[in-house]
Design a protein around this ligand. Structure first.
Ligand code: SAM
Ligand code: DTB
Ligand code: SF4
Length: 346
């Protein structure tokens, strides 16, 4: 079986992958995975909210929407120095990419000089840069690309059919337009969605079909499990079955064979065994660090411990060789490898 990069998926074909017996689906996904990636490497990114809360959009899952009262304290755009301090800390902990997120509909012109300084400063540390600032026009995308921004994250979130149940303040087409501006400017696209919003199985298939049928596959595909936050309209939605989540990772891996698939928000509520199955199904990227944007993520030490148990190593950037960084990572993993051995010996 040879993995092909296709842009002509039909819903029936995607549903047929989902309908495979679990073992057959995971075996196929793992086979595809090994054709394009080192099987025991996972890319690690760290997130920072550079502007928090009071967002004008009404995304029903989001703690930062100004339409809902989630008790979140709003914050203005962080100072450049503060962002760089956090980026340095992330790098010292072993992250290879630093993702900066802002609760904006879109960036304003007056913000751009600060944003550009952040990109330049983070890049100068030898980290890959990623931002998610809402919608971009062509000009803004070009400005960010010129500043050296490597990735832009903008999610489709769900299927076109279910989208209107979740967000009413911007359209699916708005999102597709931003993605084409990002692509045209030459930046890498980070685009995925959220599961567990109350969508149907068809909606999950349709989301993956949208992602795979874009003119180019997004280089990075975050698959988020809804983090239910009190005060948002989705706080009491039913949990998605864990196997359905793992199947989605596997189907994404098969349909997007060369993309990094990120096991994204929601890991705090997944046990180690579930995360291990997601890695087996083809997830090869995570958010690393104790916090996502406003909600909790597993502790960095716990992640390094899990990596050590599974024999996973963090993926290194291919275009830089930074010996100090590599050594820091190797140390972190060695340190975490010892406690389980110690317990086993007792
Ligand atoms: N405001 C910008 C935007 O939406 O374009 C960027 C930041 S926004 C927080 C980035 C993504 O985070 C969303 O598209 C959504 O997929 C994800 N997200 C937000 N809240 C979430 C939650 N409670 N659970 C899981 N994912 C979430
Ligand atoms: C993405 O797909 N997930 C990240 C990132 N892109 C920006 C955000 C997850 C946010 C989870 C809720 C929070 O912490 O506020
Ligand atoms: Fe605003 Fe982004 Fe949250 Fe939507 S997901 S409310 S655009 S911060």
């Amino acid at each position: 079986m040879q993995a092909v990069v296709r842009h002509d998926w039909t819903l029936a074909q995607v549903n047929a992958l989902y309908a495979l017996p679990f073992n057959d689906l995971l075996f196929q996904a793992q086979t595809v995975h090994r054709q394009h990636f080192k099987p025991n490497e996972v890319q690690v990114s760290t997130l920072l909210s550079i502007k928090t809360g009071a967002c004008a959009e009404d995304c029903k899952y989001c703690p930062q929407s100004g339409h809902y009262n989630t008790g979140l304290e709003r914050e203005r755009l962080l100072e450049v120095e503060k962002v760089l301090t956090q980026a340095k800390a992330a790098k010292d902990k072993g992250a290879s990419r630093f993702c900066m997120g802002a609760a904006w509909t879109n960036p304003k012109q007056r913000d751009m000089p600060y944003i550009i300084e952040m990109v330049r400063g983070v890049k100068a540390m030898g980290l890959e840069t990623c931002m998610t600032l809402g919608m971009l026009d062509g000009e803004q995308a070009k400005t960010l690309a010129d500043a050296g921004l490597d990735y832009y994250n903008h999610n489709l979130d769900t299927s076109p059919e279910f989208y209107g149940e979740i967000i009413t303040t911007r359209t699916y087409q708005d999102r597709l337009d931003t993605l084409s501006h990002v692509r045209d400017a030459g930046m890498k696209v980070c685009c995925g969605g959220i599961l567990g919003l109350g969508e149907s199985a068809n909606d999950r298939s349709a989301l993956l079909m949208q992602l795979a049928n874009l003119p180019e596959h997004p280089q990075s595909v975050p698959i988020n499990m809804l983090v239910k936050v009190a005060g948002t309209p989705l706080e009491n939605v039913d949990d998605l079955d864990a196997f359905e989540f793992i199947r989605t990772i596997a189907v994404a891996r098969i349909m997007l064979p060369k993309s990094h698939v990120r096991l994204s928000a929601g890991r705090s509520r997944m046990n180690e065994q579930m995360q291990a199955l997601c890695f087996f199904a083809g997830a090869n990227s995570i958010f690393y660090g104790d916090k996502l944007l406003t909600t909790d993520n597993p502790e960095a030490d716990a992640d390094m411990q899990l990596f050590a148990k599974l024999g996973i190593t963090p993926e290194q950037r291919h275009d830089v060789s930074d010996e100090a960084h590599q050594l820091a990572l190797a140390d972190a993993i060695k340190e975490q490898a010892n406690p389980p051995l110690f317990h086993a010996a007792q």
